[in-house]
Design a binder for this molecule. Sequence first.
Ligand code: 4AD
Ligand code: MG
Length: 465
Amino acid sequence: MKRTEIINALQLTGEGQLINVRGWVRSRRGNKNVSFIALNDGSTIKNIQIVVDLAQFPEENLKPVTTGSCISATGHLVASQGSGQAVEIQLTELEVYGTADPEQYPLQKKGLSMEYLRTIAHLRPRTNTFGAVFRIRHNMAMAIHQYFHEHGFFYFHTPIITASDCEGAGQMFQVTTKNLYNLKKDEEGKIDYSDDFFGKQTSLTVSGQLEGELAAMALGKIYTFGPTFRAENSNTPRHLAEFWMIEPEVAFIQKEELMDLEEDFIKYCVRWALEKCQDDLQFLNQFVDKGLIARLESVVNTEFIRLTYTEGINILQEAVKNGKKFEFPCEWGEDLASEHERYLVEEHFGKPVIMSDYPKDIKAFYMKINEDDKTVQGTDVLFPQIGEIIGGSVREESLDKLNAEIARREIPMKDMWWYLDTRRFGAAPHAGFGLGFERLLLFVTGMQNIRDVIPFPRTPKTAEF
Ligand code: 4AD
Ligand code: MG
């Protein structure tokens, strides 16, 4: 018999029709006459209840139907007597696909800690919380593609293996087929990569931006959506060594339009979650973060604050004068710490902030330099709970200025020739940004740790699964 997914079965009203559902048993309880199986197949957070008449199915046959086991259940769909569900299934036929020994199956109890669940990341998608998170993750990916497609952007695939360091922060994982036990070095003791797979030193990309810029200089509006890698030793609830980034790049726009795009895009994604992920959000709102839905609604309905870095520093210094204590100092020229970002967003404004025009020395080489020669046209979006969710900028399109900046920072020019060609041939004003997919998911799900919004997190000293 054809399987009905539980999400669809729960919508059916036809009294008495015979259907088949398949899934994993969440629990089984009952008395000596009847047994109730709560079954979940991942199509929705909701379980369907299967009612077993023990006169027809002796308890002995139900023994293998324990929490975590996988079954196929056929029966008549009837209105439910109990509260909590409209319909249930009166079992007529049962097949056990796979048992789960109650002595060994780890997901027996409710309320297991997030830390513990991370150690069983291969099983945690079967919990309500992670089922909700990963369904929302899928929906957000769909929202992103839909947004850009609707707005005329082309999805452009940039390489994962690269020979350039976009952010210039030296946080790259090397890619090599060299025998590390027997490395050939030159007279200066440097490793000779000429006989390595690519004939040069290569790494996993930290960002698809540089190639994205090339594409925008041909297709006008593009976006990337792929994995990026950073070997930064940041053991925080907001950093991963492997994360997914969305990077639109647009020709012919300036700073204001870039900020408009950042704000419009992020609101679209949050609105999508509110519209399409109601059941999962309700669950997370109830069990993970009571303020979640209110926060999502508020972001969709408020205009983001736009302020320059310099204005931000002034507000922070004013706050310090009035007795606010920060762990880190906030001096003009220094990067904001996350406590500073959160003060501005959560306490001072109570709204998302798009901060722009940062000191050039705390930002990457490609950002457009302002006339003051001190600041660059970076445009980061700072969010409640998260801090930086988007990093963006207008790009420097002048070949001379870009060359001067590359020289000042001592970036090896020969590796950049292809990037500089975009400034040599038909240079155009352009701008773009990168949204950290998992940072967006932290916000949308209300989860506290970035390790819990990606199926298999990679962080310092962990690459299990
Ligand atoms: O600010 P970042 O470093 O900007 C770039 O990489 C630019 N090339 C993007 C562009 O303009 N096309 O990173 C962009 C975003 C951050 O705002 C943050 O959301 C996320 O990527 N991010 C991380 N997310 C998880 N773990 C990490 N280690 C992250 N580092 C950055
Ligand atoms: Mg950044």
